[in-house]
Design a binder for this molecule. Structure first.
Ligand code: SAH
Length: 214
């Protein structure tokens, strides 16, 4: 299978469907080999626009969802980012490609996925990502505050720690709702005040932790 042309076809579709428009996001999705972030038996499905199982009952998000979230994040080259829910490491790889002079801290609670994501990122030669094995509902205060925070699991409410670890003028994206359907919520911090904006429906696996689901 010719993964490079499959990837190009997928990205072209995401552009014509209106999910992708920013050149740096398009370039990152053209560069990162999604087939390396799914189990070997599933590589030939890597460029279908759907989520795929990555073990432990978890999934790599559908490419259009990665496109939507990465576009809405308005990421800069020097940004320091916190991701909650490393999963396969694919979203972190896309972020790392755009924030090439910045750094991505990504938290994962399932130990086998911590290893899986680490290996996938290492294989792709991505160096500006650190996978932190812990409960992301509490954030990662050691490297806070963050320019951007992205949560790729479904939260019952916005964890307080994440808002407090966001920089002034920072932006947080998080799916909030019940276990079956959520709304993608954008949180902005301006002059110490917090503003929320809704970006429509989405479906993610649950965010499990102290300030998430049990
Ligand atoms: N961004 C991932 C997909 C995320 S799937 C990718 O690109 O592949 C959601 C992930 O969130 C799962 O791996 C799940 O184990 C993890 N997760 C759920 N609750 C968490 C928590 N409290 N802290 C960190 N990770 C969590």
């Amino acid at each position: 299978m010719d993964y490079v042309s499959e990837r190009k076809r997928l990205v072209d579709n995401l552009v014509s469907e209106g999910y992708l428009e920013t050149q740096s996001v398009i370039d990152a999705m053209l560069k990162i080999p999604r087939e390396r972030f799914v189990p070997e038996a599933m590589r030939n499905s890597a460029y279908a626009d759907c989520p795929l199982p990555i073990g432990e009952g978890q999934t790599i998000s559908a490419p259009h969802m990665v496109a939507i979230m990465t576009e809405k994040l308005q990421l800069g080259e020097n940004h320091v980012v916190l991701e909650v829910g490393s999963g396969s490491g694919y979203q972190a790889a896309v972020l790392a490609e755009i924030a090439k002079h910045g750094f991505i801290y990504t938290i994962e609670r399932v130990p086998t996925l911590v290893e899986y994501a680490r290996n996938n990122l290492r294989f792709c030669g991505i160096r500006n990502v650190e996978i932190v094995p812990s409960d992301g509902t509490l954030g990662y205060s050691k490297k806070a505050p963050y320019d951007r925070i992205i949560v790729t699991a479904a939260a019952p409410k916005i964890p307080k720690a994440l808002v407090s670890q966001l920089k002034e003028d920072g932006l947080l994206l998080i799916p909030v709702g019940n276990r079956f359907l959520q709304t993608l919520v954008e949180v902005r911090k301006e002059k110490g005040k917090v503003f929320e904006k809704n970006h429509g429906g989405c479906v993610f696996v649950p965010l499990i932790g102290e300030d998430g689901w049990n």
